[in-house]
Design a protein around this ligand. Structure first.
Ligand code: ADP
Ligand code: MG
Length: 138
């Protein structure tokens, strides 16, 4: 069993499709073991995405991430990290596989509806960024 951090992004909360995304997550055999709706501050978003701070899109992406509420969630399952990346689909929805969350819902490479951790190290850091042990109930 493995855990990964997922974020349903502001473009998705704005369109009221968080339930549809959760349905796709649960249909793929991942279990939502923690979840909360929050509004990120600019400094939280910058810290969360610090590895991308030199990218040209960083400022715009951070503004997008703080433009509305997000749902942060911990997903649990077999190979949860890689498995969630698979059902999310590619960063750019234009090239994402049919049936993935991003192919189905994303509006653009920036407004791409969901985040998922990309490695065991990031998953550990990102889950700890938003949740304490007592908030994850399996
Ligand atoms: P992923 O979310 O697939 O792991 P990255 O970690 O590379 O992708 O990028 C983080 C987020 O930054 C993406 O999900 C997307 O919202 C945004 N992003 C990535 N590349 C671009 C780009 N070329 N232009 C605008 N926004 C981007
Ligand atoms: Mg990433």
């Amino acid at each position: 069993m493995e855990r990964t951090l997922s974020i349903i992004k502001p473009d998705a909360t704005a369109r009221n499709i968080t339930g549809q995304i959760n349905t796709m997550i649960e249909a793929s055999d991942l279990r939502i073991v923690a979840q909360k709706r929050i509004r990120l501050t600019q400094s939280q978003a910058e810290e969360f995405y610090h590895e991308l701070k030199d990218k040209v899109f960083f400022g715009s992406m951070v503004q997008q991430m703080i433009s509305g509420p997000v749902i942060v969630q911990v997903l649990e399952g077999e190979n949860a990290i890689a498995h969630y990346r698979e059902i999310m689909g590619a960063t750019n929805p234009a090239v994402a596989e049919e049936g993935t969350i991003r192919k189905t819902f994303a509006l653009s490479i920036e407004k791409n509806s969901v985040h998922g951790s990309d490695s065991p190290e990031s998953a550990k850091r990102e889950v700890g960024f938003f949740f304490s042990k007592t908030e994850i109930v399996g």
